[in-house]
Write a protein that binds this ligand. Structure first.
Ligand code: F0G
Length: 351
C-alpha cells in the first residue's frame, strides 16, 4: 500500500478545509512492536502483552512530525510567511523540516546547552534560524507566545490546536494495529503535555475503547506530579526538561477521564529502561522516550498496575540518534584492538 502521511490517511477525522495543500514528509505508519522479552523482565510470568510504538521512525526522528504536518499545512493555507517555536529540540527539528518543505521561514528558540546534538544538527541542516537562549524551554515558550501577538508569524508549539489534531493520529494507528481495539494501558513521557492531550483526544474520537493513561515525568521536572511549577527543571532526559507545561489542564483531564496515573521517575530509572530497550529489544531511543517504560515498570513493581493478561502500549517518542552524547557517556567505551587476526581470536575466546 502506498503511504502518503497521516493527513491523507485520516483526513476524515481532521477538520481541514477541502482545498488545503498538504505539507507532508509521509510521516506516521510507525511500527507497533511486540516486546515479549521486555514484558517478561518488567512483569515476570504475568502474560503482559507489551507493545512499543516506535515514533522515532518518523521522518525527523520523533513523534512531532504527526502534529507538524498538520500545523504546517494549516499555516500555508492561512498564507503564513513564517513559523516560530520554542523547543527542547525535537519540535525544532520537525518545524525546520516541514517549513523547508513548505518554503517558509522558520525560527526556533532552544535552551542554550540543553539540546541534544542530533536535534541541533538537524535544525541547522534544515536551514532554520536557530536562536539559543539564555533560559529554559519555558522562558522560550513565553517569548514566542508574546511575539506572535506582535508580529505576523505562526506559532507551531503544541498550543497550536493543529499540532494536537495531527498528533492524535497516533491513537488511530495504535487501534488499527491492535485490530480495532485500544490497549488497557497507554504509557508515555510527559513534558509540555501536548502528546498526552492528543492521544486522549484521539482515543475518544476514534471510539474503539479507551485505555487508561500512564504519564511519566522526570523527577527533576515533574510539575504535574507535584502540582507546582518547577522554576529550574533538571533531567538527563532534556526533551522533557519542562517546568510549566502549556497543556497542564488537558493532561489532568486525560488522567482524570481515563482513570490514569501520572508519576515521577528518577533519571537512573529512565536510563535503566533506556538500556533495557536497547539491550533486550534492539530499540535505541533517546532517554526521554524511555520514560513511559520506566513509569510502567515502577507502577507494576509498586502494585499500582496489575499486569496480568493486560495489553500495554508504550510510546517511544524519539530516536536514539537524537542524543548520541548521552549514549556514549552512559556506556563503556569500545575496546581497542591491534589489527591482527590473533588479537581478534584472543578476544573472541575470552583472552
Ligand atoms: N519525548 C520526546 C522525545 C520529546 O521531544 C517530547 C517533547 C516529549 C516526549 C514530551 O511530549 O511535550 O507533548 O508532553 N518535546 C518538546 C520539544 C517539548 O520541544 O521537542 P509533550
Amino acid at each position: 500500500m502506498n503511504w502518503n502521511g497521516v493527513i491523507h490517511k485520516y483526513r476524515h477525522y481532521l477538520p481541514f478545509a477541502d482545498d488545503v495543500q498538504i505539507v507532508t514528509l509521509n510521516e506516521g505508519n510507525t511500527p507497533l512492536i511486540k516486546a515479549d522479552r521486555l514484558a517478561e523482565l518488567i512483569a515476570p510470568k504475568a502474560n503482559l502483552q507489551l507493545y512499543l510504538k516506535y515514533e522515532g521512525l518518523n521522518p525527523t526522528g520523533s513523534f512531532k512530525d504527526r502534529g507538524m504536518t498538520a500545523a504546517m499545512t494549516q499555516a500555508v493555507h492561512e498564507g503564513a510567511n513564517g513559523v516560530i517555536c520554542a523547543s527542547t529540540g525535537n519540535t525544532a527539528a520537525s518545524a525546520a523540516a516541514y517549513a523547508a518543505r513548505a518554503g517558509l521561514r522558520c525560527l526556533v528558540l532552544v535552551p542554550e546547552g540543553k539540546i541534544a546534538l542530533g536535534k541541533l544538527a538537524a535544525s541547522l541542516a534544515y536551514g532554520a534560524e536557530v536562536l539559543s537562549i539564555d533560559g529554559s524551554f519555558d522562558d522560550g515558550l513565553d517569548m514566542v507566545r508574546e511575539i506572535v501577538k506582535r508580529q505576523p508569524i505562526v506559532l507551531v508549539n503544541s498550543i497550536n490546536p493543529w499540532r494536537i489534531e495531527g498528533q492524535k493520529t497516533g491513537s488511530f494507528e495504535i487501534v488499527d494495529q491492535l485490530d480495532g481495539r485500544s490497549p488497557d494501558w497507554h504509557c508515555l513521557p510527559v513534558g509540555n503535555a501536548g502528546n498526552i492531550t492528543a492521544y486522549w483526544m484521539g482515543y475518544k474520537q476514534y471510539d474503539k475503547g479507551r485505555p487508561r493513561i500512564l504519564g511519566g515525568q522526570a523527577s527533576g521536572s515533574a510539575p504535574i506530579v507535584t502540582g507546582k511549577i518547577v522554576a529550574h527543571p533538571e533531567t538527563i532526559a532534556t526533551a522533557i526538561r519542562i517546568g510549566n507545561p502549556a497543556r497542564w489542564r488537558q493532561a489532568l483531564e486525560a488522567l482524570d477521564e481515563s482513570g490514569g496515573i501520572i508519576t515521577a521517575v528518577s533519571d537512573d530509572d529512565i536510563l535503566a529502561s533506556w538500556k533495557l530497550l536497547a539491550k533486550t529489544e534492539g530499540i535505541f531511543v533517546e532517554p526521554a522516550s524511555a520514560t513511559g517504560v520506566a513509569a510502567l515498570k515502577q507502577q507494576i513493581e509498586m502494585g499500582a498496575i496489575d499486569p496480568n493478561g493486560k495489553t500495554a502500549v508504550c510510546v517511544l517518542t524519539g530516536h536514539g540518534l537524537k542524543d548520541p552524547e548521552t549514549a556514549v557517556n552512559q556506556t563503556a567505551p569500545p575496546r581497542t584492538l591491534p589489527a591482527t587476526i590473533e588479537a581478534l581470536e584472543k578476544h573472541l575466546t575470552g583472552g
